[in-house]
Each structure stands twice: as C-alpha cells, then as structure tokens.
Write a protein that binds this ligand. Structure first.
Ligand SMILES: [Zn+2]
Length: 108
C-alpha cells in the first residue's frame, strides 16, 4: 500500500503543486500517536502538531506528520517540533478560511 494514500496526496495534485512554497498555505494537525519505545505498556500520546501544507491537502482522521514529507521533508517527523506557535497557526487558518469562502463565492 502506498503510505501517501492516507495523506490524501495523489500524483495528480502533486503535479499542480509549485516547487516554491507560496505564502498562502493550509495547516493540518497530526493525528499520529507517539509511543515511548522503552515502555511496552505505554498507551501513547497524540502528536497533535500542526504542519504547513499546500491548500489542496485536506485534514483526514489519520493524517500524520510523515505526510508532509512530499512538500516539507524537514518537518515530516513527529519528533520535530512544530514550526510556529499554535496561536499563530490558528490565525493562519482563519485567514485561509476567509480566502476559501471568497473563492467559493466568486466561483458560483
Ligand atoms: Zn506528528
């Protein structure tokens, strides 16, 4: 199985993705679990880190930091700290929502 399938990334939309990251992007929260490998009884904790993503990538129930390997290999690991404060991410997301609403309106 292609691991990128759970990330909602297909070759088709990757082809459309520009090489250089634009200033406008989406943010997706990691739903992966982090386990303490030294402890067999560890129940794990939710990663919950926010990762920058292209606009065409949407949040899924099993989205994982690994999924960002395609556009941001540096942050594609749960061990890597979140890029910016969650407060800042929320501000970005509000802006993206606003933008999407505006685009939807002009399309219809
Ligand atoms: Zn993660």
């Amino acid at each position: 199985m292609n691991p990128l399938e759970i990330c909602n990334v297909t070759d088709k939309n990757l082809a459309k993705f520009p090489k250089k990251l634009g200033s406008i992007g989406n943010w997706i929260q990691c739903r992966g679990m982090i386990y303490n490998e030294k402890d067999d009884n560890d129940a794990g904790v939710l990663c919950g880190k926010w990762r920058r993503s292209p606009l065409f990538v949407t949040q899924t129930d099993n989205w994982d930091c690994f999924c960002s390997v395609v556009w941001d290999p540096f942050h594609s690991d749960c061990a890597v700290p979140q890029e910016i404060e969650t407060d800042e991410v929320m501000k970005h997301l509000k802006f993206v929502d606003l933008l999407k609403n505006r685009l939807n309106k002009t399309n219809t």
